[in-house]
Design a protein around this ligand. Structure first.
Ligand code: KG4
Ligand code: ZN
Length: 328
């Protein structure tokens, strides 16, 4: 069975073809250059660019997979930006109607969690952390479609904090890769950044204070030297990584889970990977990160969920709609 996965939830137009569970192609047309000019994503512009890119993205994904026939489409219906989601959903409905094939509505967070199954067969139960530009959600995954929310951010998402701090330091969007690179030459102990909710009995997160601490320090300094920038980036990154790792181990203690799956754009972070791999190896906990391309928004993870949820496929196209605040 050939499944086309489509994701237009945010600022990347992403399409992929899966042959059952095997990835045949994965195409992403990003919009970074345009949004970088505004320092962040402009939803209206994102939607317009999705509209221009989506046909080409699907054609490329099918050509790279070497297929002309698709048997089923999975499309992200939410959560995400309404204007962006609408483009993918409307395109998918038209595509399916024209070809007389069924459609599966896919939750974007569920897709990030299941991206790992494109590369590994992870046994249940496991902890799943989705850390992206829009989400910081921690789940206990007990089995197929059995997700228990343990905690989430009370304010900014982890990726959002990376993007905001990058901007404060004078760099462009997206900020995560910039901070990751700058941190390699900086001192992680240069700035003492507060770890929010550390002493509380919670599995929630809070990242807005981190950004404020950096903002205050940057304003105090006035002019930033290259060394200062690297030191601030490294201290900020270390505080985020530290909070994430501590929260994951607290969740492992509470639930008894011995496996962890990390997903979303922030899962590309090299320091997070290094610290978590080391800590998990000491505690004999298995930790899984998808390859970087499958951490970022992509159509492959959407197709994977469509394959797993194929019993939910429908020809009733009008029952499918964009749901920007969809829960898992
Ligand atoms: O999953 P994703 O592609 O889109 C959303 O669903 O939001 O994640 C994008 C986020 C951005 O905030 C970006 O700055 C962050 O992932 N990101 C990173 C890294 N690469 C991307 N954050 C930290 N370190 C990275 N290397
Ligand atoms: Zn995402």
């Amino acid at each position: 069975m050939y499944i086309l996965g489509i994701d237009t939830s945010c600022d990347d137009t992403s399409c992929a073809v899966l042959e059952d569970k095997v990835l045949r192609s994965n195409v992403v047309i990003d919009q970074n250059e345009v949004h970088a000019r505004f320092g962040g994503i402009v939803p209206e512009m994102a939607a317009r660019m999705h509209t221009e890119a989506i046909s080409l993205c699907v054609e490329k994904a099918m050509a790279e997979a070497g297929v002309s026939q698709i048997d089923m489409v999975g499309v992200t219906v939410g959560p995400g930006l309404m204007p962006s989601l609408l483009v993918g959903v409307c395109f998918a409905k038209g595509f399916c109607y024209g070809r007389g094939i069924p459609i599966v509505p896919v939750n974007h967070i569920e897709a990030h969690i299941n991206a790992i199954f494109l590369e590994h067969d992870v046994e249940y139960p496991f902890l799943a952390l989705v850390v992206s530009g829009g989400h910081t959600h921690l789940y206990l995954v007990l089995g197929e479609k059995n997700y228990r929310l343990l905690g989430k951010t009370l304010d900014d998402a982890a990726g959002e904090a990376f993007d905001k701090v990058s901007r404060l330091l004078g760099f462009s969007f997206p900020g995560g890769p910039v901070i990751d690179r700058l941190s390699k030459t900086g001192s992680a102990t240069f700035l003492d950044i507060p770890r929010a909710l550390e002493k509380e009995e919670t599995l929630n997160f809070s990242f807005s204070g981190v950004k404020t601490a950096v903002k205050k320090y940057v304003e105090k300094l006035g002019k930033l030297s290259k060394t200062n920038v690297a030191n601030i980036a490294a201290s900020f990154q270390e505080s985020v990584v530290d909070v994430i790792v501590k929260r994951l181990f607290k969740a492992a203690d509470i639930t008894g889970a011995r496996r962890m799956v990390i997903g979303g754009g922030v899962a590309c972070n090299s320091r997070l990977r290094e610290v978590l791999y080391n800590a998990c190896s000491k505690k004999k906990i298995e930790v899984y990160f998808p390859s970087p391309a499958l951490c970022m928004d992509n159509g492959a993870m959407v197709a994977m969920v469509a394959y797993k949820n194929r019993d939910e496929s429908t020809f009733n196209y009008s029952s499918i709609d964009a749901e920007p605040h969809l829960d898992l």
